[in-house]
Design a protein around this ligand. Structure first.
Ligand SMILES: Nc1ncnc2c1ncn2[C@@H]1O[C@H](COP(=O)(O)OP(=O)(O)OP(=O)(O)O)[C@@H](O)[C@H]1O
Ligand SMILES: [Mg+2]
Length: 340
């Protein structure tokens, strides 16, 4: 049975409701980087979040863990982990959740690994900080984790410093660190973006193995729709800080109900799954400080009507599992020749 066909009533392990994360600095108006985002993650599921650069994917992930960059603030919304709102918890309470219940693989591992500590120590420290066990004992598990994520010669490699490892190896170290406390949720933000295609495939296979062995729930973030569709059960498509479409992966690919998703799919070359060779969609994702009125996609949209610059679209239910934020979705002709 396909993962997406599993229709049993599964627990919503994470629910993000109407999330608004703004940059509020000395500017007269806030920069609305995430604006009214709603999604959920089921237990044991892989949820893909896709969208062009700057649409708010990383900020969404950082909002869930409340590790926001300076100036960013959650101004509205709920983040329910197993039904309990994480917003408003103390730093101490949040620290017990970060890393142990929800862990993150960051977009740029080099910025998150400490250059003056060995990678093995850093992974062991992540365990020891939460369990209180000695670094010496935690090192044993760190070595096991290195083996599990496919770092060759783990006995030796634990002693390496980040600069002694390749990009793919650093991603694996980050993955080992994210997994060592056996969290309920892993948020992987562009875990393969800076890697070449062969290493990308290895990391994706690693995730598939981890899914099988640990039955984790994963939020997999990427701008690469073909890549996400290889691993996700369900996908949400983000644009300008909003959710434009949500559907099981096969439905989204065969029958997109948002003009933006349709454009994304059309831009994928038929012969290759490499995003690098994709056609670009004319125009650019709007600067969150200067979003156009109404639907933020209307200036780039082939289906735009007179009302599209007036009304902000809300998510409409197309069927049981399919939602779109386009008032004119019924006009979309499914001319999409499936490229994935
Ligand atoms: N300090 C800041 N002040 C104002 N706006 C910011 C600041 N940092 C980021 N932004 C804006 O917030 C928006 C969301 O950024 P985010 O990093 O979440 O995008 P992303 O979808 O992860 O992009 P990428 O695919 O490039 O990683 C972007 O448009 C960015 O310009
Ligand atoms: Mg990002």
């Amino acid at each position: 049975m396909q993962r997406s066909e599993m229709k049993t009533e599964r627990e919503k392990i994470l629910e993000v409701k109407d999330l608004h994360t703004y940059f509020c600095d000395e500017r007269a108006f806030p920069v609305k980087a995430v604006e009214g985002l709603t999604f959920h993650l089921l237990k044991g599921e892989v949820l893909g979040i896709v969208g062009e650069s700057g649409c708010g994917k990383s900020l969404t992930a950082l909002s869930v863990l409340q590790i926001l960059p300076p100036g960013a603030k959650i101004v509205k919304g709920e983040i329910l982990f197993k039904g309990k709102d994480l917003i408003g918890l103390s730093q101490k309470q949040l620290n017990t959740i970060r890393g142990t219940k929800i862990s993150m693989i960051f977009q740029e591992p080099s910025s998150y690994l400490n250059p003056v500590l060995s990678v093995g120590y850093q992974v062991a420290e992540a365990l020891s900080a939460h369990t209180g066990q000695s670094i010496r004992d935690a090192m044993k598990k760190a070595r096991q984790m290195f083996k599990e994520v496919g770092i060759p010669d783990p006995e030796q490699r634990v002693h390496n410093y980040p600069h002694e490892m390749s990009g793919g190896q650093k991603q694996r170290v980050m993955t080992a660190m994210a997994l060592i406390n056996e969290p309920d949720i892993i948020i992987a933000d562009e875990p393969t973006t800076s890697l070449d295609v062969t290493v990308q495939a290895q990391i994706i296979n690693l995730f598939k193995k981890l899914l099988k062995d640990h039955s984790s729930s994963i939020v997999f973030i990427s701008h690469d729709l073909p890549l996400v569709s290889e691993i996700a059960d369900r996908i949400i498509v983000m644009y300008a800080g909003m959710n434009f479409e949500e559907a099981p992966v096969d439905v989204l690919i065969k029958d997109p109900k948002h003009p933006y998703t349709k454009k994304l799919l059309e831009s994928i070359p038929k012969e290759s799954s490499s995003w690098q060779k994709m056609k670009t969609i004319p125009g650019a994702v709007p600067d969150p400080a200067r979003k156009p009125g109404g639907c933020p996609f209307h200036p780039r949209c082939d289906y735009a009507e007179k009302d599209c610059n007036q009304r902000i679209p809300f998510m409409t239910q197309v069927d049981d599992t399919h939602f779109t934020a386009c008032y004119h979705y019924e006009k979309i002709k499914n001319s999409n020749k499936q490229n994935i």
